[in-house]
Write a new protein. Structure first.
Ligand SMILES: [Zn+2]
Length: 900
């Protein structure tokens, strides 16, 4: 168990309290605030000029006190409170006192001066605070030299913007008013209802009261925004009124939101139809944020995004266009799961994130079936399985023992594993039944809070299922790990029987205990006799709930011999293994599998390799059949696995040449057929395939042909135009970052200097991303140092830093250089990323490491620094374990197998 991060600081207490404020003997709350003081509503008044360093505010909170007390607890961070008044139910004023008991965690005690009976109180705080520089709370950013102020409250940053009961379980209405310079514009969760002059050069904007919201969904933005008004979203069976829709962006940019505003109505209608519940807020604004910590944030009525997700042009990179739709669908799905129905506490963040991820995929499958969100779900789950195979993995419902657990809960386990598990049980009870359960859940808990039991219960009720079903569902929520289903075919009394057993999947070198049992809905595809002949050219799916260590399944109508794919439609969150003979049979029938099943097959090969059952030669043979698939996701599935073998296992030229040759045979003809420039009218999928192949073949496998083609584009892009600016449009928009990266590797310093000079002059986010990707490809040690130092410069936005720092770690020498740089610049990195990015720091320092020595030095460095930022402890455990597993896997390999 972890230590709580809200310790009682006796010295602070003793120092704060004069005679009128007898120090309470009550300990500061650890974890959650007590439930005997409950906020009923807030009035938030802010005075904000983004050009200033600070803002001021008055927060008025109606609080219901349910026990006699001379104080209450709430949250506040970095607030300088000048005045607190407490008005009792009879209207009598009491001078209150604001005591920051634990400034680091943000826990505050408000003393009343005397004991007050249970009643409704009104607390009012006058305060000032800095406009945050780390993208938290109310923070400051600039675009084209103009300052803006905007908010990011989730998970626990509202306390930086206003004194609050900063927990999701406290939902109340909010009245927001913003006093801002006359020349500026402001937006908030709801529609503006009034504007009034507020003294020379200032005006006050008043916004409609919100429906009940938690503090983390409160949002507003102030600055010279440009606003694009789209047609209202039409009413439908579940919403009587037209819904106003707008795009908000930095000055001069809002016209680039036409594409996303055009996609939004279909997403809203799809969600309303699914839930049978109309979008509940009075308007919908999508805001493109000049700098942002997450990808996007689902604030009720005012959804904020990284700007490149919303600002699209006709030649925007295909990945940005896809990303835009997917992320918009995700954030809008949250308006139901998260905003209308909110988690009670952070251990159930999956109720927000897993459901938004799952629903986003459902909406995308409906509105853009060509995006293949079904395959995204499978690939997402497989990505999560890598992390979930660690002993240090979180469970979906990880208990929260401190702020670090809150900060690290937003990971692949919550999002992708969560979405996959939901999909698995949806498949198990049937799509219509699951929908019925979801509709009941939303209806029953609208504008309230829930826990996992409410959700699982709603589905069980809809499906007419009992405790066994709940137990199975909960087995995936409450324990970490990936079920490993082992299968064995047998003939018994003339029937074909599949013997099943389960354990926890653990890679080679893991210290974990493999004994673990889930309720796994196992679905198996197997070959059947067609036309009365045992040719196994058709197939059938059979399902069974495996909730014991072992089980079996009769494969009715199986051909003799047959073949099995133990995860039919890749619908299950589990890995499987087959005997060598059965694996060979499956490889032979790989062409009969669906696209999703081919991805599950690729994962099984990867899992077998990491488990120590298959070597590099086996992998090369088993993955070959996938490379010819017409489906991008399937065809490129082997690249990651081969990349590992190339990077960590191939030690001599001949081995590398063999791998590069394999990749060249498999992919180069396809890439050359696509060409290195987007063709008029080509599909987004072709653009994405071009970019994936070019990047992997040029950087991971160093194919000279591909590097030469990219270099040509990179050189053209680096050639200054008449105005001295680089000609970034000269490269294909999907290949810009790769083209610049090859130029950086080949030209060295002139290219690096030119890109560093260009970045501050470039406001377009897609171009900035291209420049950053180019710089991050640097290999020369001195230039690498230059690029890393540049990452700490204010010309690089806080949200962009990681792009420059996560690459350049393919070899042990490069990783040593990164380590030296990281440890030397640790204070600056910590200061720039803030107190909340702790979970990421160990990976930033040592991710990609593959030796015991790297794991040891990481441990030694961070052990005394666990309290520097929330989340370091978990980040350290996971990064250290990943490095040790890589080292064990590498030690097991015989590189000669590559040449077999
Ligand atoms: Zn989300």
């Amino acid at each position: 168990m972890r230590r709580f991060v809200r310790p009682l600081l006796l010295t602070a207490l003793a120092a704060c309290c004069g005679a009128a404020f007898a120090a309470t003997t009550e300990q500061a709350p650890q974890g959650r605030l007590p439930r005997w003081a409950v906020p009923q509503s807030y009035q938030l008044a802010f005075k904000v000029d983004p050009a200033q360093q600070d803002f001021s505010g008055t927060t008025t909170i109606k609080v219901r006190l349910t026990q006699a007390s001379d104080h209450l607890w709430l949250d506040g961070s970095e607030l300088t409170v000048s005045k607190v008044t407490v008005t009792d139910a009879a209207g009598k004023l009491h001078a209150g006192k604001y005591v920051a008991v634990d400034p680091k965690a943000g826990v505050v005690r408000v003393d009343f001066g005397s004991t007050l009976k249970p009643q409704d109180l009104t607390l009012s705080f006058d305060y000032t605070a800095p406009l945050n520089a780390q993208l938290q709370g109310l923070y400051k950013v600039s675009a084209r030299g103009q300052p803006y102020a905007m908010t990011q409250m989730e998970p626990i940053s509202a306390r930086f913007a206003f004194p609050s009961f900063d927990e999701p379980g406290f939902k109340t209405p909010f009245d927001i008013s913003l006093t801002i310079p006359d020349s500026q514009t402001a937006v908030a969760n709801t529609q503006q209802v009034k504007e009034a002059p507020a003294g020379k050069g200032w005006k006050t904007l008043i916004f409609a009261q919100t429906l009940p919201l938690p503090t983390y969904l409160v949002a507003f933005g102030v600055g010279p925004w440009s606003i694009a008004t789209a047609p209202d979203i039409s009413p439908d069976a579940y919403r009587a009124k037209p819904l106003p829709l707008r795009g908000i962006a930095a000055a001069g940019e809002a016209h680039r939101m036409r594409h996303v505003l055009g996609e939004t109505p279909s997403i809203i209608h799809a969600l309303e139809n699914y839930y049978g519940f109309g979008y509940p807020w009075d308007k919908l604004d999508l805001l493109a944020a000049p700098d942002f910590s997450a990808g996007a944030m689902e604030n009720a009525g005012l959804v904020t995004f990284r700007d490149w997700l919303l600002l699209l042009d006709k030649d925007s990179p295909a990945r940005n266009v896809r990303g835009s739709f997917n992320v918009t669908a995700h954030e809008l799905a949250h308006q139901w799961t998260g905003d209308t129905v909110t988690l009670e506490w952070w251990n159930d963040i999956w109720l927000n994130e897993a459901f938004a991820t799952w629903m986003q995929q459902k909406v995308t499958m409906q509105v853009h079936p060509e995006y293949r969100a079904d395959l995204d779900r499978v690939r997402g789950a497989q990505g999560a399985m890598t992390n979930d195979s660690l002993v240090s993995a979180r469970s979906i419902r990880q208990p929260i023992t401190g702020n670090g657990d809150i900060m690290t809960a937003f990971d692949g386990i919550t999002y992708q594993k969560g979405a996959s598990v939901i999909g698995m049980f949806e498949n198990y009870v049937g799509e219509k039944t699951f929908q019925k359960g979801m509709r009941a859940y939303i209806q029953q808990h609208k504008f309230g809070n829930t826990t996992a039991a409410d959700l699982v219960g709603a589905i069980a009720t809809a499906a007419g299922k009992g405790e066994a079903f709940k137990h199975a569902f909960n087995s995936f929520l409450d324990q970490s790990g990936v079920p490993y289903v082992q299968t064995k075919l047998e003939q018994k009394d003339g029937k074909t029987v599949l013997q099943l057993s389960q354990s926890r999947y653990l890679p080679l070198g893991s210290s974990g205990d493999a004994q673990r049992i889930w309720g796994v809905p196992v679905c198996v595809r197997y070959g059947t006799a067609a036309n009365g002949k045992d040719n196994a050219q058709s197939s059938k799916v059979s399902c069974e709930m495996l909730d014991q260590a072992t089980g079996s399944m009769v494969l009715a109508g199986a051909s003799k011999p047959t073949w099995v794919m133990p995860n039919a439609n890749a619908g299950g969150y589990y890995r499987f293994s087959l005997g060598k003979h059965e694996l060979a049979d499956l490889t032979a029938h790989a062409g009969m599998l669906s696209d999703a099943e081919q991805l599950a097959y690729a994962d099984a090969i990867n899992a077998g390799f990491r488990h120590g059952d298959l070597d590099a030669g086996d992998v090369l043979a088993a993955l070959k059949p996938l490379t010819g698939s017409k489906i991008r996701e399937v065809a490129t599935a082997p690249l990651g696995q081969l990349g590992w073998i190339y990077q960590y296992e191939a030690t001599i030229g001949a081995q590398r040449a063999r791998l590069a040759g394999w990749v060249k045979d498999a992919y180069l003809p396809r890439l050359e057929q696509l060409g290195y420039q987007r063709k008029a009218g080509e599909s987004e999928d072709d653009s994405l395939l071009r970019s994936t192949l070019a990047s992997s073949l040029a950087f991971d496998f160093k194919l000279p042909e591909v590097r030469a083609a990219l270099l040509k584009q990179g050189e053209a892009a680096l050639k200054p135009k008449a105005d001295g600016r680089l000609d970034l449009d000269a490269a294909d928009p999907d290949l810009l970052g790769d083209a610049l990266g090859i130029a950086v590797q080949e030209q060295g310093k002139p290219a690096v200097d030119a890109l560093i000079a260009e970045l501050p002059k470039t406001s377009d986010a897609a171009l900035r991303n291209g420049i950053l990707a180019g710089l991050s490809s640097v290999e020369d040690p001195a230039l690498t140092e230059q690029v890393r130092n540049f990452a700490l410069d204010k010309q690089v936005k806080v949200g962009e830093m990681a792009m420059l720092l996560m690459s350049g770690r393919d070899t042990a020498v490069q990783r040593d250089a990164m380590w030296q740089w990281f440890t030397a610049h640790y204070p600056q990195i910590l200061a720039r990323t803030g107190s909340f990015a702790g979970g990421f720091l160990p990976r930033l320092a040592a991710g990609g490491g593959c030796s015991q020595a790297e794991a040891d030095r990481l441990q030694a460095f961070f052990k005394p620094r666990l309290n520097d930022a929330a989340g370091i402890e978990r980040g350290l455990a996971q990064t250290g374990e990943s490095i040790r597993l890589c080292s064990a896997l590498k030690a097991k390999q015989d590189p000669a197998a590559i040449l077999r």
